[in-house]
Design a protein. Structure first.
Length: 454
């Protein structure tokens, strides 16, 4: 047990500590005995004086000015090397037969008890109580209900299913996009923001792109992706190229036209944004963010009886586009919003934390383990409900926004459990030990200052 606590300590340091510990215990024992003897003698003197009618209240003694006062000359040699101290410790330990154990069993028990108290205190800080679990459960359930009852892509009966009307939220989002981007507005944007990666088929391309057609070209050309487009699309605009994937997962980059355009980065960004806006409300629309990357998954990896690459392509052609992704994001947003608001209310008004400590976002990189675990739990409920919905309803029911949120918080949860939790636990315990050490050092300094003035 002692060895466990002393692990990592240098042998030389341990010897010096054992020597000083033994010396300190002997000094304290001697001082205690002398104090007891001195108190007994003072009591005898007071008893003698009282018996001889001396008034103790009128006896004044200035110890410092009396002839009996002696100021000890304390000489400390600060030039002694550590090696010399170690040699002294080795001689002292042998001559005085000092125990090889640095701590006694009683001291070990006390230390381990204090450490356990600090660890238990940390667990109480990060542990979710019944209200925290309730908040996560309610938020996740509400998000799942929204996803199952109000979100659904209008589809013409593909993947073996029947034609379905879109969900309330999907229809609302589609109508709003249609109001903002009227046909005349779309035509104007298309004329103003032409791009080289917008080929609707392979007829005029130097290298054929398998599967490229009017209904799938936005899914296969990476410049149309709402996220990837700001790399591939901007690069294609500046270089006069087209970056695309064929239906077998082959990545193809080829020149469009005979001349390389002279376009700067900022101009290319403006053109990219304008072109995305021109396509977002068209019949096929833009693909859901990052979804074209599924084309790179090997063909033998299947879901719903087909390769993932083929299923994702057919989903896009059936209406699984950026507008559908925005609609799906509503349930994810509701889960996040409910968890964060209720976390703040409980932490600030019920648990009594300050406003800054209760803010439901991670400021200055400070990790909030309770909030993270609550969000992960809520989105686990959301993704589980969507998995059941997709199992019975087919791939068009997959909520990509919910899947992204689950993986995002899942990665954070793995980071917390695998690394950050232990790191924070050690920081918490070390902070408590530092506070106790500072108290001891302050007491020692005070004791030293008092002894110097004697």
């Amino acid at each position: 047990m002692n060895r466990k606590l002393e692990a990592g300590m240098q042998p030389e340091h341990e010897k010096v500590l054992r020597m000083n510990k033994d010396k300190s215990e002997k000094i304290l024992l001697k001082a205690s005995r002398q104090e007891d003897k001195l108190l007994a003698e003072i009591e005898n003197i007071e008893h003698f004086l009282k018996n001889h009618s001396y008034d103790l209240a009128n006896i004044k003694t200035d110890v410092k000015n009396s002839n009996e006062y002696r100021k000890f000359d304390r000489k400390i040699d600060f030039n002694t090397s550590f090696d010399e101290i170690v040699e002294e410790a080795e001689r002292y330990l042998v001559e005085n037969q000092v125990s090889s154990e640095l701590f006694s069993e009683a001291e070990i028990y006390f230390i381990e008890k204090e450490l356990k108290n600090h660890y238990d205190e940390f667990e109480k800080i990060i542990k979710l109580d019944k209200w925290d679990w309730c908040i996560a459960g309610v938020a996740g359930t509400i998000g799942a209900v929204i996803d199952c009852m109000f979100i659904g892509i209008q589809q013409p009966g593909r993947f073996g299913g029947t034609a379905e009307e879109g969900g309330v939220i999907n229809n609302f989002v589609n109508d709003k996009f249609g109001d903002i981007f009227a046909p005349s507005k779309i035509s104007e944007l298309e004329r103003s923001f032409k791009v080289p990666y917008d080929a609707p088929h392979s007829q005029n391309l130097a290298e054929k792109v398998a599967g490229l057609g009017p209904r799938s070209h936005r899914f296969q050309s990476l410049g149309h992706d709402p996220i990837l487009g700001f790399f591939f699309g901007v690069r294609d605009i500046m270089n006069g190229t087209m970056s695309a994937t064929d239906k077998y997962g082959k990545f193809i980059v080829q020149n469009i036209g005979d001349e390389t355009p002279i376009i700067g980065l900022l101009e290319a960004l403006v053109i990219q944004i304008g072109h995305l806006l021109s396509d977002v409300a068209t019949k096929q629309g833009l693909p859901a963010p990052l979804m074209p990357l599924l084309q790179f998954i090997p063909q033998d990896v299947e879901i719903f009886g087909k390769s993932i690459a083929k299923v994702s392509r057919e989903m896009y052609e059936a209406g699984y586009d950026f507008r559908a992704f925005i609609s799906q994001s509503v349930s994810v947003f509701v889960i996040d919003l409910l968890v964060r608001i209720l976390y703040f209310v409980k932490r600030h008004y019920k648990d009594g934390f300050s406003f800054a400590e209760s803010v439901p976002v991670e400021l200055s990189g400070k990790f909030k383990p309770k909030l993270q675990t609550m969000l992960f739990t809520a989105h686990t409920i959301g993704i589980t409900a969507n998995a059941v919905k997709s199992h019975f309803g087919g791939p068009m029911q997959i909520n990509a926004a919910q899947a992204m949120a689950f993986f995002r918080y899942g990665i954070s949860q793995l980071y917390w459990l695998g690394y950050a939790k232990e790191n924070e636990r050690q920081k918490h315990v070390q902070g408590k030990l530092d506070i106790e050490e500072n108290k001891i050092m302050a007491e020692l300094n005070e004791l030293w200052n008092r002894s110097v003035l004697m």
